[in-house]
Each structure stands twice: as C-alpha cells, then as structure tokens.
Ligand binder design. Sequence first.
Ligand code: ARG
Length: 303
Amino acid sequence: MESKSFLLFASVLCLTALSSAQDSCGQRPLVGPPGASRIVGGREAPEGAWPWHVSIQILSVHHCAGTILDRLWVLTASHCFHNYLWISRRHFRVVAGLHTLSALGDHAQIRSISKVKMHEDYDDVTSDNDVTLVLLGSPFDFTDHVRAVCAPHNVTHELALNFSHCFVTGWGSSYFRGPLLNSLQETEVELIDRRTCNLISWYGGLITDNMICAGLESGGNDACQGDSGGPLQCYSDNEERFYVVGVTSSGEGCGLPRRPGVYAQTSSFSGWLKANQEAASPALRPDTRLLAALLSSALLLLL
Ligand code: ARG
C-alpha cells in the first residue's frame, strides 16, 4: 500500500512537471503584461522583463543576442555565425538572466555551445533564412530570470494568436554605427505587412516570404547593430504569453522612416525548428505525450 501511494504521488509529480514545462513558456513572473501606453524610441527594460533573451558572446564580449526555446536550445540568426565559424566553439558562451552586460549579476547562467545548426539555405546576400539553432553544452535551470518563450506552431496558429503588443529587445546601439548599450533595452514596434514593406518607397521587393518587417512607418522605434539574433516578441492577449515572432536580422540604417527592421519570421521555420531540435537530441527530448500517456495508464492501474 505504502509503495502504491508513493508511485501515485510520483506519477502526479511527473505529470505536473511534464505539463508545466510546456505550459509556462512566454510568461514573465517579475513584470506584468504590457500596458496600454506606447513607448517612443527605446528605454531600459525592467529587470526580468525578457527572461528568454540571451547574450551570445565571443571571449566574454557580446556578439549577438538569442532567444531561449527550451532548456537546451537557443534560437539566433545565421549571420551571427556565418563569418565566425573559424572561431573555436570554446571561445563562445551563452549568457542568460543578464540585464547589465558589464556585470553578470546574481541571476546569470553561463553555458557553452555544443552544436550550431545554421539553416541550410541561409543566403548572406539576400539574408533569406537567417535562422540558426544553438544547442547548449548543458541545460539552463529555469528560474524567474531564465525561461523559454513560446513559438508559434505554424503560420495559421500565429494568425489566431491575436497579438496586441510587439517588442524588440537588445543591447544593440541606439543609433546607426553607435556603441552597444550596457543595460537591456526594449522598444515597442508594429508588425508591418509584407506587401507594404515591399513597396518601391520601402524595401522595393527585398522582403522574402520568410521575412517579416516591424517598426513604425515614421521610423524611430527599431532594432540596430548588436540586436541581431534576438527576439521580436509579441504578446497574445488570449493566452497571456509572449511568442517569438521574428529573429532580428537586417535593416537599412536604424530607425529610418519606411525602412523598418527586417526579421526572419519564426512561423515560416516552425517545421525546420522542430525537425532539427528532435534530430539533434532525441534522447533528451522523449515524446512527452507518450510519457504522459504511459504515466496516466500506470495511474489508472493503481486506482
Ligand atoms: N544585422 C544587425 C546586427 O548585426 C541587425 C540590424 C537590425 N537593423 C535594423 N535597422 N533593425 O546586429
């Protein structure tokens, strides 16, 4: 009897852990939902506001940003690695839970990189397919300061999410060719539909089907150099969570009118992301649904 109740208790614990690992994405316990007032330009983010935002560093110097998809995987841009593959993996590190670049602080977690999976069709001329998956040497411990964002399952799912506010975040410069900023910044942007972004007076056809533009028609709110690889994240009012909608990729200048930021659209790559994550770490990512089903049947047998 004793062991039965223990097994029952353990199964319940496992089931809760399994479901919460998937359910808690995109939530930030330390900061409330985005408010109604719009921010003009950038501002320092409240600490803990973007717990999925990481710094990818070379010899401890910020190189690019990235987004935590789960404990082992970080999403970033291909152009962050394209010209840097000659640099030994040992010199790279991924830092999460970071607010101030110059001081790691109490919540930082540092991980090595065990694998870089660049998109096979990344094109460094057009910036098409500017997405890369980074597999960490060891998993992050999720805390209030370090956790995963949600990712849209596909294009249809993304449309149904009904986003209210979108933000870009990073330590990137506040003007074109400016220096990096020491504290993490956030700025609110609007998603701009591809047709508008491709108009002759905008990007004149350079925006592919895998890209999405975000900013303001009048300019001002934008990502800039050093923000690359980081998230364009939008809040779903229905689900009360943030989704990674884009990966900061390119743009002409920074904050110019009709030259918004250009992002790799995450939903275009949902199949690629899933396939590559599963292929690289099948043992570490058992099919949670199968596991849940097995545990439930064990539970049923016990009752
Ligand atoms: N490629 C840039 C980087 O390396 C990102 C540029 C984004 N530019 C923009 N105007 N949104 O950091």
